[in-house]
Design a protein around this ligand. Structure first.
Ligand SMILES: Nc1ncnc2c1ncn2[C@@H]1O[C@H](COP(=O)(O)OP(=O)(O)OP(=O)(O)O)[C@@H](O)[C@H]1O
Ligand SMILES: CC(C)(CO)[C@@H](O)C(=O)[O-]
Ligand code: BAL
Length: 316
Protein backbone atom coordinates (compact mmCIF):
# COMPACT_ATOMS: atom_id res chain seq x y z
CA UNK A 1 0.00 0.00 0.00
CA UNK A 2 1.22 3.50 -0.74
CA UNK A 3 0.82 6.07 2.00
CA UNK A 4 2.41 9.47 2.45
CA UNK A 5 2.87 9.35 6.24
CA UNK A 6 5.33 6.47 6.42
CA UNK A 7 8.62 7.43 8.15
CA UNK A 8 11.93 7.02 6.34
CA UNK A 9 14.58 4.56 7.49
CA UNK A 10 17.90 5.85 8.83
CA UNK A 11 20.60 5.45 6.15
CA UNK A 12 23.93 4.24 7.56
CA UNK A 13 27.11 3.71 5.52
CA UNK A 14 29.72 2.77 8.14
CA UNK A 15 30.13 -0.07 10.60
CA UNK A 16 31.00 2.47 13.28
CA UNK A 17 27.61 4.24 12.93
CA UNK A 18 25.81 0.90 12.70
CA UNK A 19 27.42 -0.29 15.93
CA UNK A 20 26.38 2.97 17.67
CA UNK A 21 22.78 2.43 16.54
CA UNK A 22 22.90 -1.24 17.57
CA UNK A 23 24.19 -0.31 21.05
CA UNK A 24 21.01 1.69 21.72
CA UNK A 25 18.82 -1.26 20.73
CA UNK A 26 20.80 -3.50 23.10
CA UNK A 27 20.35 -1.01 25.95
CA UNK A 28 16.62 -0.92 25.24
CA UNK A 29 16.40 -4.74 25.06
CA UNK A 30 15.01 -4.72 21.53
CA UNK A 31 15.01 -7.76 19.25
CA UNK A 32 16.65 -6.94 15.91
CA UNK A 33 15.64 -8.57 12.64
CA UNK A 34 17.98 -8.46 9.65
CA UNK A 35 17.28 -8.71 5.90
CA UNK A 36 20.48 -8.86 3.80
CA UNK A 37 20.05 -7.92 0.12
CA UNK A 38 21.98 -6.72 -2.89
CA UNK A 39 19.40 -3.97 -3.53
CA UNK A 40 17.32 -3.35 -6.67
CA UNK A 41 14.46 -3.99 -4.29
CA UNK A 42 11.26 -5.72 -5.34
CA UNK A 43 8.21 -7.16 -3.62
CA UNK A 44 10.13 -10.31 -2.61
CA UNK A 45 12.46 -8.15 -0.52
CA UNK A 46 9.51 -6.21 0.91
CA UNK A 47 7.92 -9.50 1.95
CA UNK A 48 11.07 -10.43 3.88
CA UNK A 49 10.93 -7.01 5.58
CA UNK A 50 7.25 -7.36 6.43
CA UNK A 51 7.91 -10.77 7.99
CA UNK A 52 10.80 -9.34 10.01
CA UNK A 53 8.68 -6.34 11.02
CA UNK A 54 6.02 -8.65 12.48
CA UNK A 55 8.54 -10.70 14.47
CA UNK A 56 11.09 -8.11 15.68
CA UNK A 57 11.20 -4.72 17.46
CA UNK A 58 13.71 -3.23 15.02
CA UNK A 59 14.55 -4.16 11.42
CA UNK A 60 17.81 -3.63 9.52
CA UNK A 61 18.01 -3.97 5.73
CA UNK A 62 21.44 -4.18 4.14
CA UNK A 63 22.13 -3.28 0.52
CA UNK A 64 25.53 -4.44 -0.66
CA UNK A 65 26.53 -5.90 -4.02
CA UNK A 66 29.12 -8.36 -2.74
CA UNK A 67 32.10 -8.77 -5.12
CA UNK A 68 33.23 -12.02 -3.47
CA UNK A 69 30.18 -13.96 -4.68
CA UNK A 70 30.70 -13.02 -8.35
CA UNK A 71 33.16 -14.80 -10.65
CA UNK A 72 35.29 -12.54 -12.87
CA UNK A 73 33.10 -13.36 -15.90
CA UNK A 74 29.79 -12.68 -14.09
CA UNK A 75 27.67 -9.51 -13.89
CA UNK A 76 29.23 -7.62 -10.94
CA UNK A 77 29.81 -4.51 -13.07
CA UNK A 78 26.29 -4.39 -14.50
CA UNK A 79 24.34 -5.64 -11.46
CA UNK A 80 21.60 -2.99 -10.85
CA UNK A 81 22.61 -0.46 -8.20
CA UNK A 82 19.53 1.65 -7.47
CA UNK A 83 19.94 3.02 -3.94
CA UNK A 84 17.83 6.14 -4.48
CA UNK A 85 14.97 4.16 -6.01
CA UNK A 86 15.29 1.56 -3.23
CA UNK A 87 15.01 4.25 -0.55
CA UNK A 88 12.03 5.80 -2.36
CA UNK A 89 10.30 2.40 -2.50
CA UNK A 90 10.87 1.92 1.24
CA UNK A 91 9.54 5.42 1.92
CA UNK A 92 6.22 4.60 0.24
CA UNK A 93 5.81 1.01 1.50
CA UNK A 94 3.87 0.44 4.69
CA UNK A 95 4.48 -2.60 6.88
CA UNK A 96 0.81 -3.47 7.27
CA UNK A 97 -2.17 -2.81 5.10
CA UNK A 98 -5.71 -3.89 4.50
CA UNK A 99 -8.82 -3.62 6.67
CA UNK A 100 -8.10 -3.47 10.37
CA UNK A 101 -4.43 -2.54 9.97
CA UNK A 102 -3.08 -0.67 12.98
CA UNK A 103 -2.57 2.98 11.80
CA UNK A 104 0.37 3.45 14.22
CA UNK A 105 2.12 0.35 12.88
CA UNK A 106 1.34 1.45 9.34
CA UNK A 107 3.28 4.70 9.79
CA UNK A 108 6.51 2.87 10.69
CA UNK A 109 8.99 2.24 7.90
CA UNK A 110 9.48 -1.35 6.77
CA UNK A 111 13.11 -1.03 7.87
CA UNK A 112 14.39 1.17 10.70
CA UNK A 113 17.88 1.17 9.24
CA UNK A 114 19.25 0.75 5.73
CA UNK A 115 22.90 -0.27 5.95
CA UNK A 116 24.61 0.46 2.63
CA UNK A 117 28.37 0.08 3.11
CA UNK A 118 31.10 0.59 0.50
CA UNK A 119 33.23 -2.38 -0.62
CA UNK A 120 36.16 -0.91 1.37
CA UNK A 121 34.02 -0.88 4.52
CA UNK A 122 33.20 -4.59 4.17
CA UNK A 123 36.60 -5.67 2.79
CA UNK A 124 39.21 -3.46 4.48
CA UNK A 125 42.01 -5.53 2.89
CA UNK A 126 40.43 -5.19 -0.58
CA UNK A 127 38.59 -7.84 -2.58
CA UNK A 128 39.15 -9.40 -5.98
CA UNK A 129 36.61 -11.56 -7.81
CA UNK A 130 39.54 -13.79 -8.79
CA UNK A 131 39.86 -16.29 -5.94
CA UNK A 132 43.57 -16.80 -6.69
CA UNK A 133 44.22 -13.15 -5.86
CA UNK A 134 42.16 -13.11 -2.67
CA UNK A 135 43.91 -12.70 0.69
CA UNK A 136 42.49 -12.81 4.20
CA UNK A 137 39.64 -14.63 5.90
CA UNK A 138 36.88 -16.50 4.05
CA UNK A 139 34.16 -18.88 5.18
CA UNK A 140 33.41 -22.19 3.43
CA UNK A 141 30.45 -24.39 4.27
CA UNK A 142 31.71 -27.72 3.02
CA UNK A 143 29.37 -30.45 1.82
CA UNK A 144 26.50 -28.23 0.66
CA UNK A 145 28.27 -25.56 -1.42
CA UNK A 146 29.60 -27.35 -4.49
CA UNK A 147 26.58 -29.14 -5.94
CA UNK A 148 23.55 -27.54 -7.67
CA UNK A 149 24.36 -23.79 -7.96
CA UNK A 150 27.92 -24.55 -6.83
CA UNK A 151 28.69 -26.48 -10.03
CA UNK A 152 28.39 -23.42 -12.26
CA UNK A 153 29.32 -20.98 -9.49
CA UNK A 154 32.06 -22.84 -7.54
CA UNK A 155 33.05 -19.83 -5.38
CA UNK A 156 29.57 -18.40 -4.95
CA UNK A 157 28.68 -19.81 -1.54
CA UNK A 158 32.14 -19.02 -0.15
CA UNK A 159 31.47 -15.41 -1.09
CA UNK A 160 27.94 -15.50 0.31
CA UNK A 161 28.91 -17.17 3.60
CA UNK A 162 31.82 -14.76 4.07
CA UNK A 163 29.79 -11.58 3.52
CA UNK A 164 26.81 -12.82 5.52
CA UNK A 165 29.04 -13.65 8.50
CA UNK A 166 30.60 -10.17 8.25
CA UNK A 167 27.14 -8.60 8.08
CA UNK A 168 25.99 -10.70 11.04
CA UNK A 169 29.01 -9.44 13.01
CA UNK A 170 28.18 -5.86 12.08
CA UNK A 171 24.42 -6.01 12.71
CA UNK A 172 24.31 -8.68 15.46
CA UNK A 173 20.72 -9.65 14.62
CA UNK A 174 18.49 -11.88 16.70
CA UNK A 175 16.81 -13.15 13.53
CA UNK A 176 17.91 -13.09 9.90
CA UNK A 177 15.52 -13.49 6.96
CA UNK A 178 16.27 -15.19 3.63
CA UNK A 179 14.09 -16.05 0.63
CA UNK A 180 13.32 -19.63 -0.41
CA UNK A 181 13.98 -18.55 -4.01
CA UNK A 182 17.68 -18.95 -3.20
CA UNK A 183 17.07 -22.32 -1.57
CA UNK A 184 20.65 -23.59 -1.47
CA UNK A 185 21.75 -20.29 0.07
CA UNK A 186 19.23 -20.92 2.88
CA UNK A 187 20.68 -24.39 3.51
CA UNK A 188 24.30 -23.13 3.40
CA UNK A 189 23.58 -20.27 5.82
CA UNK A 190 21.64 -22.45 8.25
CA UNK A 191 24.64 -24.79 8.33
CA UNK A 192 27.01 -21.86 8.89
CA UNK A 193 24.92 -20.54 11.80
CA UNK A 194 24.80 -24.00 13.36
CA UNK A 195 28.49 -24.86 12.81
CA UNK A 196 29.87 -21.52 14.00
CA UNK A 197 27.49 -21.38 17.00
CA UNK A 198 26.12 -18.01 15.92
CA UNK A 199 23.54 -16.65 18.39
CA UNK A 200 20.71 -16.00 15.95
CA UNK A 201 17.82 -17.70 14.19
CA UNK A 202 17.62 -18.08 10.40
CA UNK A 203 14.09 -17.63 9.05
CA UNK A 204 13.22 -18.79 5.51
CA UNK A 205 10.42 -16.90 3.75
CA UNK A 206 8.40 -18.35 0.81
CA UNK A 207 9.09 -17.13 -2.73
CA UNK A 208 7.03 -14.17 -3.94
CA UNK A 209 5.91 -14.54 -7.57
CA UNK A 210 4.40 -12.36 -10.26
CA UNK A 211 0.83 -13.04 -11.39
CA UNK A 212 2.27 -15.31 -14.10
CA UNK A 213 4.20 -17.39 -11.57
CA UNK A 214 7.67 -15.97 -12.28
CA UNK A 215 9.77 -15.77 -9.11
CA UNK A 216 10.54 -12.10 -8.47
CA UNK A 217 14.26 -11.46 -8.85
CA UNK A 218 16.43 -8.40 -9.26
CA UNK A 219 17.86 -9.97 -12.41
CA UNK A 220 14.37 -10.08 -13.99
CA UNK A 221 15.03 -6.48 -14.99
CA UNK A 222 17.55 -7.78 -17.53
CA UNK A 223 14.65 -9.49 -19.39
CA UNK A 224 13.20 -7.88 -22.51
CA UNK A 225 9.39 -8.02 -23.06
CA UNK A 226 9.94 -10.89 -25.56
CA UNK A 227 11.76 -12.88 -22.92
CA UNK A 228 9.00 -12.78 -20.29
CA UNK A 229 7.27 -15.84 -21.77
CA UNK A 230 10.35 -18.13 -22.00
CA UNK A 231 11.35 -16.89 -18.53
CA UNK A 232 8.41 -18.95 -17.20
CA UNK A 233 9.83 -22.24 -18.51
CA UNK A 234 11.58 -23.36 -15.33
CA UNK A 235 8.54 -22.62 -13.19
CA UNK A 236 6.38 -24.65 -15.61
CA UNK A 237 8.90 -27.50 -15.58
CA UNK A 238 9.03 -27.60 -11.78
CA UNK A 239 5.24 -27.50 -11.53
CA UNK A 240 4.94 -30.35 -14.07
CA UNK A 241 7.30 -32.51 -11.99
CA UNK A 242 5.59 -31.48 -8.76
CA UNK A 243 2.22 -32.57 -10.20
CA UNK A 244 3.71 -36.02 -10.87
CA UNK A 245 4.95 -36.07 -7.27
CA UNK A 246 1.45 -35.18 -6.00
CA UNK A 247 -0.02 -38.15 -7.88
CA UNK A 248 2.41 -40.49 -6.09
CA UNK A 249 5.47 -40.59 -8.37
CA UNK A 250 8.73 -40.78 -6.35
CA UNK A 251 11.29 -41.92 -8.97
CA UNK A 252 13.88 -39.39 -10.11
CA UNK A 253 13.81 -40.50 -13.74
CA UNK A 254 10.06 -39.99 -14.00
CA UNK A 255 9.94 -36.71 -12.10
CA UNK A 256 12.80 -35.20 -14.11
CA UNK A 257 11.35 -36.50 -17.37
CA UNK A 258 8.24 -34.40 -16.74
CA UNK A 259 10.40 -31.32 -16.15
CA UNK A 260 12.67 -31.89 -19.17
CA UNK A 261 9.61 -32.34 -21.41
CA UNK A 262 8.62 -28.73 -20.72
CA UNK A 263 12.06 -27.44 -21.73
CA UNK A 264 11.87 -29.51 -24.93
CA UNK A 265 8.96 -27.32 -26.04
CA UNK A 266 10.73 -23.98 -25.48
CA UNK A 267 13.88 -23.42 -27.58
CA UNK A 268 14.30 -19.87 -26.23
CA UNK A 269 15.12 -21.26 -22.76
CA UNK A 270 18.47 -23.05 -22.25
CA UNK A 271 18.35 -25.41 -19.29
CA UNK A 272 21.50 -25.55 -17.19
CA UNK A 273 20.43 -28.16 -14.64
CA UNK A 274 17.53 -29.62 -12.73
CA UNK A 275 18.36 -31.09 -9.33
CA UNK A 276 16.31 -33.41 -7.13
CA UNK A 277 18.13 -33.20 -3.81
CA UNK A 278 17.72 -34.22 -0.19
CA UNK A 279 16.56 -31.13 1.77
CA UNK A 280 19.28 -31.42 4.43
CA UNK A 281 22.32 -33.03 2.78
CA UNK A 282 21.61 -31.71 -0.74
CA UNK A 283 22.68 -35.14 -2.07
CA UNK A 284 21.01 -36.03 -5.39
CA UNK A 285 18.19 -38.56 -4.93
CA UNK A 286 17.22 -41.56 -7.07
CA UNK A 287 13.94 -41.83 -5.19
CA UNK A 288 12.24 -39.23 -2.98
CA UNK A 289 11.94 -40.66 0.51
CA UNK A 290 10.21 -39.64 3.73
CA UNK A 291 12.30 -36.49 4.13
CA UNK A 292 11.01 -35.12 0.82
CA UNK A 293 13.19 -33.24 -1.68
CA UNK A 294 14.19 -29.90 -3.11
CA UNK A 295 13.47 -29.76 -6.84
CA UNK A 296 15.46 -26.86 -8.23
CA UNK A 297 17.11 -25.61 -11.36
CA UNK A 298 18.80 -22.88 -13.34
CA UNK A 299 18.42 -21.81 -16.93
CA UNK A 300 19.20 -18.98 -19.29
CA UNK A 301 16.98 -16.79 -21.40
CA UNK A 302 19.36 -14.92 -23.68
CA UNK A 303 22.19 -13.89 -21.37
CA UNK A 304 20.05 -13.78 -18.22
CA UNK A 305 20.49 -16.66 -15.78
CA UNK A 306 17.51 -17.40 -13.53
CA UNK A 307 16.86 -19.94 -10.75
CA UNK A 308 13.78 -21.35 -9.04
CA UNK A 309 12.69 -24.30 -6.91
CA UNK A 310 9.77 -26.22 -5.44
CA UNK A 311 9.76 -28.22 -2.21
CA UNK A 312 8.38 -31.76 -2.51
CA UNK A 313 7.00 -33.10 0.77
CA UNK A 314 9.24 -31.02 3.02
CA UNK A 315 9.66 -27.58 4.56
CA UNK A 316 12.86 -25.63 5.09
N1 LIG B 1 10.89 -13.62 -5.09
C1 LIG B 1 11.41 -13.62 -3.89
N2 LIG B 1 10.67 -13.98 -2.83
C2 LIG B 1 11.20 -14.00 -1.58
N3 LIG B 1 12.47 -13.67 -1.30
C3 LIG B 1 13.26 -13.30 -2.32
C4 LIG B 1 12.78 -13.26 -3.66
N4 LIG B 1 13.78 -12.85 -4.46
C5 LIG B 1 14.85 -12.66 -3.66
N5 LIG B 1 14.54 -12.93 -2.38
C6 LIG B 1 15.44 -12.90 -1.25
O1 LIG B 1 15.90 -11.60 -1.00
C7 LIG B 1 17.21 -11.67 -0.42
C8 LIG B 1 18.11 -10.77 -1.17
O2 LIG B 1 18.24 -11.29 -2.49
P1 LIG B 1 18.87 -10.47 -3.67
O3 LIG B 1 19.09 -9.06 -3.25
O4 LIG B 1 19.98 -11.22 -4.27
O5 LIG B 1 17.65 -10.42 -4.69
P2 LIG B 1 17.36 -11.36 -5.87
O6 LIG B 1 16.09 -10.91 -6.47
O7 LIG B 1 17.51 -12.78 -5.41
O8 LIG B 1 18.54 -10.99 -6.85
P3 LIG B 1 19.15 -11.86 -8.00
O9 LIG B 1 18.26 -11.62 -9.16
O10 LIG B 1 20.49 -11.23 -8.13
O11 LIG B 1 19.24 -13.29 -7.56
C9 LIG B 1 17.63 -13.14 -0.48
O12 LIG B 1 17.39 -13.74 0.78
C10 LIG B 1 16.71 -13.69 -1.53
O13 LIG B 1 16.48 -15.07 -1.39
C1 LIG C 1 22.51 -13.01 1.01
C2 LIG C 1 23.15 -12.00 0.06
C3 LIG C 1 22.63 -10.60 0.37
C4 LIG C 1 24.66 -12.00 0.32
O1 LIG C 1 25.29 -11.07 -0.51
C5 LIG C 1 22.89 -12.38 -1.41
O2 LIG C 1 23.46 -13.60 -1.74
C6 LIG C 1 21.44 -12.33 -1.77
O3 LIG C 1 20.99 -11.20 -1.96
O4 LIG C 1 20.76 -13.36 -1.84
N1 BAL D 1 20.21 -13.82 -4.74
C1 BAL D 1 21.45 -14.41 -5.14
C2 BAL D 1 22.52 -13.41 -5.38
C3 BAL D 1 23.39 -13.75 -6.55
O1 BAL D 1 22.97 -14.47 -7.46
O2 BAL D 1 24.53 -13.29 -6.57
Amino acid sequence: MTISTVQSPVLIHTIRDLRAWRATTTREGQAVGFVPTMGALHDGHLHLLRTARKQCDRVVLSIFVNPAQFAPHEDLATYPRTLDADLALLARSAPTHGPGADPMAASRPLADVVFAPSPAEMYPAGISTDVREQRGTFVEVLGVSHQMEGVTRPHFFRGVATIVLKLFNAVQPDRAYFGQKDVQQCVVLRNMVRDLLLPLTVVTVPTVRSATGLALSSRNRYLTPDQMEPALTLRRALVAASERYETGERRRTHLLKAAHAVFATEPRAQLEYISLAHPVTLAELDVVGQDGAILSGAFRVGTTRLIDNILLGCAL
